[in-house]
Design a protein around this ligand. Structure first.
Ligand code: ATP
Ligand code: K
Ligand code: MG
Length: 695
């Protein structure tokens, strides 16, 4: 029995090899308020005043217009009051721009880090005639073959067509432990910018120049490609509508005031509009969204769209692959069990023949086992041989050579194949298959033409701590379903050990797809991780499709997120970040709407007290004078934005407890808080203004 060296799926390779000591993850864990970022953000805040940029935030654009009108008023009728209001209105816009610039700032800093990573290397391109030529990495296009040997930087994204090597991916994932990348199977994708540490591989380029993974990551992280998320767009429309409603209401006060004989100043009207429109959430909304995406990048996850981040917050069903996700995934052949009177030698010989060209980890481990057990040399195959590659649909693979057709694969697939050839199934086959499957191992049945030769046992191990993670997910109302192409008995055994809520066995790619659609028709949002090409359709169908970075390019293209650590349980953190983003946005919107209410009590009385003295009863804060009341409201309205920036960037604390409990607590804190804080805030400012003898 060869001692099974079970390698961890994502980060196998000789332990302790010196990796490049990359900063953990894509970015150094830069603090929220890094001085450099603040300076850049302050400059950016001024740049954003450009009306073509400011217009993208309708609420703040209205404030900017109000600022300009107030400026004209202050020039026409200069007074300390009119200049003060103008300055604080301008600060309101600047604070809003500063918030967004702070959120983008970290993205920009990360992009610089990544740019430094993307070394301009030369590539060793293989010509048709097999000769090597040196070309700049930027000239490589899809389909080119390049050679990389120990010490070479892989020039662009691709799939290994030949060989295996240990690769240092710390430039991308920050993990300095080398990982094995090999042709065939699900570990064939390599990323440009990573370094080959050993051996020699031939890589077929899969990315167009400028479209490499690193390029996309840079543009994504810079926020340039950050599309607004659906919730954000909806909320922006709502806020704009609210704003548009308030403007005519206040403008109509002008003639109304005149008619009533009162003198209503334009500046006070503008101050009223600015205080009534939802400037607090209007100022912080985009910062919240950018910071949310940013938190994912901090976890080495790249979201290709903001929608995916939000969907992650609402996910209720989690689909997880068995092999390589719940289990270590490097399934190794461990035993041959001949049946039907055949010897172990016959079985091993046929199994090895059927696997000589099988690049999957399963296939290669069979060749190794046959060699170890029976010293079977890899002989050259007859020229007329045809290799049948493994597919998740047929669930078998094999070889046609000099008249023999040898197959190996899932028990049900081979049994069907043998009966189709008119063969019979030996009685002792099922009990052996069942015994192997019940132990959580995968039985592969081997047949030569219509005769079943025996069963190969493929061992696999459930990952450490996976059961606890699933219990945590259940805590936040998420159901886990294990989906595997494996047989029901193996699936049941692994599902039991991993503690998933449900499992689907013998799942072909379209069965996985049907399961996702069924869940979605049931109104559930589905998240899944996957790494193989057979996962691509399901990754595309899922609301949140997290592809492993070690996965094939097809899987990465299909998903809307890529986990650079290739750690399938990262999905749990992704869901938490999604939830936190939605909660932060909800909390600050609540606070913003609530805190606008208080300003009625400050400005309305101030507006009409000369005309309707009895309105003074509304001045419950007992503000000093109409002018100090208006100014206190405008100053508070500006300062509250600055005060909430840390919360917007860090997000509200996320505790995995029932969603309703969280919602109730947030409405209480931010709703009630939003009502009370402004009264106190404005009173304090009024006292300070009065103390300054301003009004
Ligand atoms: N290289 C191979 N050649 C022949 N049959 C294979 C090979 N690899 C896997 N099989 C058989 O096909 C079945 C389906 O494989 P598939 O990769 O779809 O699922 P899995 O690897 O068992 O689990 P998961 O879907 O979680 O990856 C396996 O359970 C196994 O019985
Ligand atoms: K406001
Ligand atoms: Mg598989």
């Amino acid at each position: 029995m060869p001692d099974l060296k079970v390698l961890d799926a994502g980060h196998s390779g000789a332990p302790g090899q010196p990796g490049v000591p990359g900063e953990r993850g894509l970015v150094s864990r830069r603090s929220l308020f890094d001085g450099r970022i603040m300076r850049v953000a302050a400059v950016d805040a001024l740049r954003k005043l450009d009306p073509r940029i400011q217009i993208k935030n309708p609420v703040m654009f209205v404030v900017l217009i109000g600022t300009v009108i107030t400026l004209l008023e202050a020039i026409a009728h200069p007074s300390v009051f009119s200049w003060s209001v103008m300055i604080w209105l301008l600060l309101t816009v600047l604070f809003a721009n500063f918030a967004e610039a702070m959120a983008e700032g970290r993205g920009k800093a990360q992009a610089d880090t990544l740019r430094r990573t993307r070394t301009q290397t030369d590539a060793r391109r293989l010509r048709r005639d097999g000769a090597e030529e040196r070309v700049p990495a930027a000239e490589l296009s899809t389909g080119d073959l390049v050679v990389c040997e120990a010490g070479d930087v892989i020039p662009s994204d691709g799939e290994i067509t030949e060989g295996a090597a240990s690769v240092d991916e710390s430039a991308i994932t920050g993990e300095s432990a080398p990982v094995i990348r090999e042709s065939g199977g699900d570990r064939s994708a390599v990323t440009g910018g990573t370094r080959v540490l050993s051996d020699r591989i031939v890589v077929r380029i899969t990315a167009e120049p400028g479209q490499t993974f690193l390029d996309r990551m840079i543009s994504l992280v810079e926020g340039a490609k950050r599309q607004k998320t659906p919730n954000e767009i909806a909320l922006t429309i709502l806020l704009s509508a609210l704003t548009l409603i308030f403007i005519p209401v206040v403008v109509v006060l002008q003639p109304f005031g005149e008619f009533a004989g009162g003198q209503v100043s334009v500046i006070v009207l503008i101050a009223l509009i600015v205080c009534l429109i939802p400037t607090t959430i209007g100022a912080l909304l985009s910062a919240i969204g950018i910071a949310g995406m940013d938190r994912l990048v901090q976890h080495n996850v790249l979201a290709m769209s903001g929608r995916a981040v939000e969907a992650a917050g609402d996910v209720q069903t989690l689909l997880l692959d068995k092999t390589g996700t719940i289990t270590m995934g490097n399934r190794m052949a461990s035993e041959f069990y001949p049946v039907g009177g055949f010897s172990e030698g016959d079985l091993a010989e046929a199994a090895q023949l059927a696997s000589l060209a099988d690049e999957t980890p399963e296939g290669r481990s069979i060749v190794v086992l046959a060699k170890q057990h029976f010293g079977l040399r890899e002989r050259d195959l007859a020229p007329d041989h045809v290799f049948v590659p493994f597919s998740a649909t047929t669930r078998m693979s094999g070889l046609d050579t000099d008249g023999r057709r040898i197959r190996k694969g899932a028990a049900d697939a081979i049994k069907r194949w043998v009966t189709e050839q008119g063969g019979t199934l030996p009685a002792e086959l099922d009990p052996i298959v069942e015994r192997i499957a019940r132990a959580g191992a995968t039985p592969l049945v081997v047949a030569d033409e219509a005769r079943v030769l025996g069963v190969i046992e493929l061992k696999d191990v459930v990952k450490q701590g996976i059961a606890e993670r699933f219990a945590e997910l259940r805590g936040v109302g998420i159901r886990t379903i294990m989906v595997t192409g494996d047989n029901p008995l193996t699936a049941a055994a692994i599902a039991q050990e991993a503690g998933v809520d449900d499992y689907l066995a013998e799942a072909t790619p379209d069965a996985k797809m049907r399961l996702i659609k069924a869940e979605q028709e049931g109104g559930k949002l589905v998240a899944m991780t996957g790494d193989g090409t057979n996962d691509a359709p399901a990754l595309a169908q899922a609301d949140v499709g997290v592809a492993m970075n070690t996965g094939t390019t097809a899987a990465k293209e299909a998903g809307n997120m890529v986990d650079l650590d290739s750690n399938p349980t990262k999905l749990i953190e992704i869901v938490e970040i999604g939830k936190q983003l939605l909660m932060t946005r909800g909390a600050l919107t609540t606070f913003s709407i609530a805190n606008d209410v208080a300003k009625y009590f400050a400005i309305i009385p101030a507006l009409f007290v000369s005309t309707y003295p009895q309105l003074d009863g509304l001045n419950i804060m007992g503000l000093h004078s109409p002018q100090s009341a208006v100014l206190s409201a405008v100053i508070f309205n500006a300062l509250v934005i600055i005060a909430l920036i840390p919360l917007a960037l860090r997000g509200v604390r996320f505790r995995p407890s029932g969603a309703t409990a969280i919602l109730r607590r947030n409405v209480l804190i931010y709703g009630l808080g939003g009502l009370i804080v402004p009264f106190i805030g404005m009173k304090l400012i009024d006292l300070i203004l009065t103390a300054l003898g301003a009004y």
